[in-house]
Design a protein around this ligand. Structure first.
Ligand code: COA
Length: 575
């Protein structure tokens, strides 16, 4: 079929559907939902058999849904309608939720239902649920809907549903009453609003939006005094905030008292106000309920031990400070007697490269600039990659539990082996960020796996890559099937078997020989220097594309057109 994807932005769910549909052999094109006339034009140019809207904020124009079947993917079960489905579900503590594929009929989320899929809810942010459970259910339901449609079957005959329309979730319902709300309520309110729009609140007398909340056990706030709503301590640039019955960690804050509001690490956003707070450093190995970004654990018998380092950075963005902490952690865990080191990123993202938000923030800081901050950040990223690349006394594995983009995708390649969950989407290219050249030793790592032409093609293509496709072309080594919940266990078993393997010594000797030969052929420092020379031009040169693209990305400015590599119908029309 010829399928047009119409979406507000080409987000993770749209990308995943794109990859699944492409793998089934459908002919695809994408149009971003910019204006009715643009959608009409896209339909006229592409002449699709079907339109799928995985992520839409506006109604599909009458002229389009009347002319061809338009499937809307709604993140709610049948009967649920409205623009804040997941927000309400989290806030109201629903235990089950779902996704419905329905046919547009001019009313919001109200047309005939073609398929639906359910899932159990878990204690996580809206964004995390969206990128995992919602995306899996959306893929299942969309493929079912397509199969029904292709087989000439009618939509599902569901019993009549009560009108489940829920409007936007107003800030008044999200607002935290620090004098009354217990930790569970604070967590639910922030999670229902994360990544957008956050919860408007006051911290240290400043009006802010709150994001990225984590529970804190009693041990985290023991001995610290403060009234509910007051920050008590810092950790990893997050703030520990007192509640009526305990405390919660708040990782991200956007100040609303500044002309420019950027979502930032909380202790950076309120740097002056929280400078005197104690730093509650968490050891790498600690109890499961003690939140911090980095965590380390060991598994397996002595002599066949696996070290597992996770780095759960909010949104997968890695600031200069986070890179430095990760590098220190790598140095520390490399002193341990393990035979294999597994790098498991975060649960939601493996990594999305340098932190564009803190870089954008530098624009507004006296004596700093976005160019300088970018330069510091890419060097810190490279230091992390180098620490992994030069680990030759044990095997290394990157396990992608969540998506990875730009430098984050290449960081994964610094390990000997790269494994990913089946639902993971990769964006192994930099050009979408204002033609950024990229670093993280990609000019060494990508051609090693794909050849020079393959690496160049990947960079030019600028399209997302599903884990199965990445495994097929050799960008990663293995794609692990099964739900995300079992992924870590399955990978760990595999890693323990490798660490206990009779030929471990041979594998290590081979690894050391290869690294030494590669270094002799061309030192890593040389790759780095050449990449950074190109990046220097991106950051400091005459062409401002990167700075413009970053500004648009961080401030979530609406798209003015659909990039040509997505809107292939426009490419064809232009010829
Ligand atoms: N720096 C700061 N924030 C980042 C980020 C980065 N490198 N990458 C992603 N994010 C944030 C997004 O702003 C978004 O924030 P929100 O929660 O406030 O909405 C959140 O992470 C999720 O990103 P989103 O774009 O919605 O996720 P996605 O899965 O749909 O798309 C990417 C993933 C990787 C394609 C997309 O986020 C992207 O292009 N990121 C930039 C990658 C990059 O260019 N890095 C710098 C070069 S190394």
């Amino acid at each position: 079929m010829r399928i047009l994807l119409l979406c507000h932005s080409f987000n993770s769910l749209s990308q995943r559907l794109y990859a699944e549909l492409a793998a089934l052999g459908h002919t695809l094109s994408v149009e971003l939902d910019i204006a009715d006339s643009v959608t009409e034009e896209a339909v006229a140019l592409f002449r699709p058999d079907l339109l799928i809207a995985p992520f839409l904020k506006r109604r599909i124009p009458d002229s389009v849904w009347r002319a061809l079947p338009c499937f809307i993917v709604h993140p709610g079960p049948p009967g649920d309608r409205g623009p804040a489905a997941l927000d309400w579900a989290i806030l109201e503590g629903r235990t089950e939720w779902g996704v419905t594929v329905l046919q547009a009929d001019g009313d919001f989320d109200a047309g005939p239902v073609w398929a639906h899929a359910g899932f159990p809810m878990r204690a996580a942010s809206k964004g995390a649920l969206y990128r995992a459970e919602v995306t899996e259910a959306a893929v299942a339901a969309t493929l079912q809907a397509l199969a029904r449609h292709a087989a000439g079957e009618p939509p599902l005959a569901l019993p009549p549903q009560a009108d489940g329309w829920r409007g936007v979730l107003p800030q008044a319902r999200r607002a935290i009453d620090w004098a009354r709300d217990d930790s569970a309520t604070v967590l639910a309110k922030v999670r229902a609003s994360d990544g957008q729009p956050g919860v408007v609140s006051r911290l240290c007398g400043v009006e802010v939006r709150l994001y990225d909340a984590h529970p804190a056990p009693a041990a985290a706030w023991a001995g610290l005094n403060g009234a509910p709503g007051e920050p008590l301590a810092r950790r990893d640039d997050a703030l520990l905030c007192r509640t009526v019955d305990g405390a919660v960690w708040l990782g991200r804050i956007a100040r609303l008292d500044r002309t420019v509001s950027i979502k930032l690490p909380a202790a950076l956003a309120l740097a002056d106000e929280t400078a005197a707070l104690p730093e509650r450093v968490a050891p790498l190995t600690r109890a499961d309920d003690e939140w911090a970004e980095l965590r380390y654990a060991e598994h397996g018998a002595p002599g066949a031990r696996v070290g597992m380092l996770s780095f759960d950075f909010c949104n997968g963005a890695m600031s200069t400070a986070q890179c430095a902490r990760l590098r220190d952690a790598l140095v520390e865990v490399k002193r341990r007697d393990t035979q294999l080191l597994m790098l498991v990123g975060g649960a939601g993202f493996f990594s999305n490269g340098i932190d564009l938000n803190t870089i954008e923030h530098a624009t507004h800081r006296d004596g700093d600039s976005a160019a300088d901050a970018s330069w510091r950040n890419i060097n810190a990223m490279n230091d992390v990659a180098l620490e992994i690349l030069t680990t030759t006394d044990r095997l290394t594995v990157s396990l992608l539990r969540g998506n990875a983009g730009a430098g984050g995708a290449f960081l994964a390649l610094a390990a000997d082996q790269v494994w990913a969950g089946r639902g993971v989407m990769l964006n192994p290219h930099y050009k979408n960020m204002g033609n950024l050249y990229g670093s993280e030793y990609w000019t060494y790592l990508a051609p090693k796996r794909l050849g020079t032409d393959g690496a160049r093609a990947l960079m030019q293509r600028r399209l997302p890559l599903s884990a199965p496709e990445a495994a097929r072309i050799g960008f990663i080594d293995r794609c692990i099937d099964g739900p995300p919940a079992v992924l870590l266990d399955a990978a760990l078993q595999e890693a323990c078997a490798m660490a206990a393997s009779y030929n471990l010594r041979d594998a290590l000797a081979r690894k050391q020989r290869t690294r030494a030969a590669d270094e002799a052929a061309r030192p890593l420092a040389d790759y780095r220097q050449e990449e950074l020379a190109r990046m220097h031009r991106n950051f400091y040169g005459f062409d401002p594309s990167y700075h413009v693209a970053r500004h648009h990305f961080v401030h979530r400015l609406p798209h003015a057109w659909t990039p040509r590599h997505l809107a292939v119908h426009r490419e064809v029309a232009a010829r």
